[in-house]
Design a protein around this ligand. Structure first.
Ligand code: ATP
Ligand code: MG
Length: 431
């Protein structure tokens, strides 16, 4: 019989790795809530139309990467490939725009794209992201970028680069698109096949190509910067000034366009030098057209998403896994002692200690060895004598000190014991 394995492009996150995820999620929660961003959770599948309208049918994600299926009621549904479209759908559906001038929201969760799996690129992956809806102020752009930096720094990441650009408003882009197509058409047959196709469907995306021959052709490509209206140009400069004032370094990258249709003005990516080919850890920008596109009122918005797998890879390079800590390992032998040990372990947990109960029934020596391996601060030991007297031996593993206490005394001794556990952790272990 062949074993069933995880599906291609998906991964199990085993306990050893989970600590990194939990750490990142905890840091993200804290960074976001300090900046008054509130969490929102939207469904993992949505109607296919949402992504077609929200992301644009010409994007790679919509045209090639979506997990789309008919459900039993013959509806076309899609596993979300990103977080913004669903969040904006929810914002419109629940009139969140009516609640105040600006909504600051964040999310985290799995996303799904049918891609060729590689290191840092999967079919089920996870993103954490923030969106500020309802402000066209350039400070909103700078704020979301600053929060991205705060998060990445709080995680401990270094060697990060902020690539920054403006792609103007729709009008600027239409003009630029024409200039770009005019420039590229004479080279049409020399472009890579993807870029040839993009020439009619989504020419800006050609700037993003990884094909070397196409990159050569792009060397003298017209710049979006020559097609920004005076007000777009001014806005671009304002955001730059704000970043400079915040002490945030950036490179202006005229070829940075992002794949999604709804972006306007600010686009940015944060890249790491420590990731190889899949270098982008955070990507985002302004999307003033999306809320209206999805049936809401004209609402400017800006945000970003960051791929958690890539953050975890970087974090694992930086810090070794930390051993879990354990307050008590409960050791027992003999029928009555074993029955009481279960109750003692429960009492400890109710007193807010962590406690693992040895269920093996093996010799005391073996149980003590296991307690050591688990890094317990102390053992509670029950044998026949303790069961008879309703006591336990409290044995400190670092010093070997031991004393008998009544099982019913545990609650009144809890504070004293807690202090001793803390003190024992501060000391180096003697083995
Ligand atoms: P790429 O050019 O790497 O395909 P993208 O433009 O498709 O990126 P976005 O849609 O902007 O990426 O997603 C934002 C972030 O989410 C990326 O920078 C990356 O960190 C992460 N991400 C995107 N796709 C995947 C994936 N398939 N697996 C893991 N992480 C991903
Ligand atoms: Mg992609």
């Amino acid at each position: 019989m062949s074993l069933i394995q995880v599906s291609r492009g998906t991964r199990d996150l085993l306990p050893e790795e989970i600590q990194y995820w939990q750490q990142i999620e905890a840091i993200a929660r804290e960074v976001f809530s300090r900046a008054t961003y509130q969490e929102i959770r939207t469904p993992i599948f949505e109607q296919t139309d949402l992504f077609e309208r929200g992301m644009g049918e010409a994007t790679d994600v919509v045209s090639k990467e979506m997990y789309t299926f008919q459900d039993r009621g013959d509806r076309s549904l899609t596993l979300r490939p990103e977080g913004t479209a669903g969040l904006v759908r929810s914002y419109v559906q629940h009139n969140l725009y009516a609640q105040g001038e600006i909504q600051r929201l964040w999310y985290v969760g799995p996303m799904f794209r049918y891609e060729r799996p590689q290191a840092g690129r999967q079919r089920q992956f996870h993103q954490v992201g923030i969106e500020a809806l309802g402000s066209a102020d350039p400070r909103a752009d700078a704020e979301v970028i600053a929060i991205a930096k705060d998060l990445l720094n709080a995680i401990g990441l270094e060697n990060l680069r902020l690539e920054f650009n403006s792609i103007g408003d729709r009008q600027d882009r239409l003009q630029y698109r024409e200039a770009l197509v005019a420039f590229l058409t004479p080279y049409q047959n020399d472009l890579d096949p993807d870029s040839q196709e993009r020439l009619t469907r989504n020419p800006l995306r050609i700037l993003d190509t990884k094909d070397e021959k196409t990159q050569d052709i792009l060397q003298n490509v017209p710049s979006i910067h020559d097609h920004l209206s005076p007000s777009s140009q001014k806005r671009f400069e304002q955001v730059q000034q704000l970043l400079t004032d915040l002490g945030i370094d950036y490179n202006i990258n005229a070829k940075l366009v992002r794949g999604l249709d709804y972006y306007t003005h600010t686009v940015f990516e944060i890249q790491s030098d420590d990731l190889g080919a899949q270098a982008t850890v955070c990507a985002g920008g302004r999307y003033d057209g999306l809320v209206k596109e999805l049936g809401g009122p004209e609402t400017p918005a800006v945000g970003w998403a960051s791929g958690l797998e890539r953050l975890v890879i970087l974090m694992q390079q930086l810090q070794p896994p930390t051993a879990p800590t354990l307050d008590f390992y409960v050791v027992s032998r003999g029928d009555r002692a074993e029955a009481q040990a279960l109750k003692v372990a429960q009492t400890l947990r109710q007193l807010r200690f962590s406690a693992e109960l040895d269920l093996s029934g093996s010799a005391f020596g073996k149980q003590f060895k296991r307690a050591d391996r688990k890094g317990a601060a102390a053992c509670l030991v029950l044998g026949d004598a303790e069961a008879e007297n309703l006591t336990v031996q409290l044995k400190w593993l670092a010093s070997g000190e031991q004393r008998a206490i009544g099982q019913s005394e545990l609650p009144s001794l809890a504070d004293e014991i807690r202090q001793q556990i803390e003190a024992s952790r501060a000391l180096p272990r003697v083995d």
